[in-house]
Design a protein around this ligand. Structure first.
Ligand code: NDP
Length: 237
């Protein structure tokens, strides 16, 4: 199988777990993150002929260059995963404008830019599948995360609209919305306290979210869907 999957944020956490599953399934991968060394190490650990690229998704010229390079070295992109993301948690009154901008640019604008870049090739080949990684916080909101919530809520609106826009071209767009997952992003959270509120009683693992992402990447009759993977948190918040 020679199908190609581009994973933004594939060097660590949830994106890296997606890379592990997709490599096992025989897809050829582009692992993309800002830190090229970490991305190269992640690609190397997968074995096989996968490539790493450095890109800041918040920068349009970076995204355009990365798509040109990926297509030159790997061919047309069939699957796109947007797992690059950051959080800068603070009450709104204490949030610096630069932290608002960086979250919106990385989590929302970044996915818009990569989807736009992917459209050219996906429309040309009349097919493709995209999964954008949202968050349960984007659906439910959370104190101290208003800007992050906005970025992830915006991603849902964007993904559903794009799904309508490109369905006739046989391109699917879906969202996976995780709850608390063990990754670098959550390592400083008070887990003992937070997990008491989760019906399944624990944080999730990146691989558990990755299975949902891979399912949607491959699900031929699902588009515009938001799949929550949160241990039941949405039931109680
Ligand atoms: P990690 O911090 O573990 O990994 C983030 C990844 O994104 C890294 O590969 C990082 O590489 C990359 N990245 C960050 N900023 C950029 C950028 N500007 N351009 C390109 N790549 C970037 O995060 P998670 O795996 O936890 O998060 C993955 C996604 O899941 C995010 O969108 C996050 O918001 C979302 N999510 C996570 C939850 C959790 O509990 N962990 C819960 C809900 C949603 P580098 O730093 O080298 O660029």
């Amino acid at each position: 199988m020679n199908k190609v999957c581009a994973i933004f944020g594939g060097s660590r956490g949830i994106g890296r777990a997606v890379a592990q599953l997709m490599a096992q399934k025989g897809y050829r991968l582009a692992i993309i993150a800002r830190n090229l060394e970490v991305a190269r190490a992640a690609a190397g650990e997968l074995g096989g002929n996968h490539l790493a690229f450095s890109c800041d998704v918040a920068k349009e010229h970076d995204v355009q260059n990365t798509f040109e390079e990926m297509e030159k070295h790997l061919g047309q992109i069939n699957f796109l995963v947007n797992a690059a993301g950051i959080s800068r948690d603070s009450l709104l009154v204490r949030t610096k404008t630069e932290d608002m901008v960086s979250q919106l640019h990385t989590n929302l604008l970044g996915s818009m830019l990569t989807c736009k870049a992917a459209m050219k090739t996906m429309i040309q080949q009349q097919g493709g599948s995209i999964v954008n990684v949202g968050s349960i916080i984007g659906l439910k909101g959370n104190s101290g995360q208003s800007v992050y919530s906005a970025s992830k809520g915006g991603l849902v609106g964007f993904s559903r609209a794009l799904a309508k826009e490109v369905a006739r071209k046989k391109i699917r767009v879906n969202v996976v919305a995780p709850g608390f997952v063990h990754t670098d992003m959550t390592k400083n959270l008070k887990e003992e306290h937070l997990k008491k509120n989760i019906p399944l009683g624990r944080f999730g693992e990146a691989i558990e979210v990755a299975h949902a992402i891979v399912f949607l990447l491959e699900a031929p009759y699902v588009t515009g869907h938001v799949l929550v993977v949160d241990g039941g948190l949405q039931l109680v918040i």
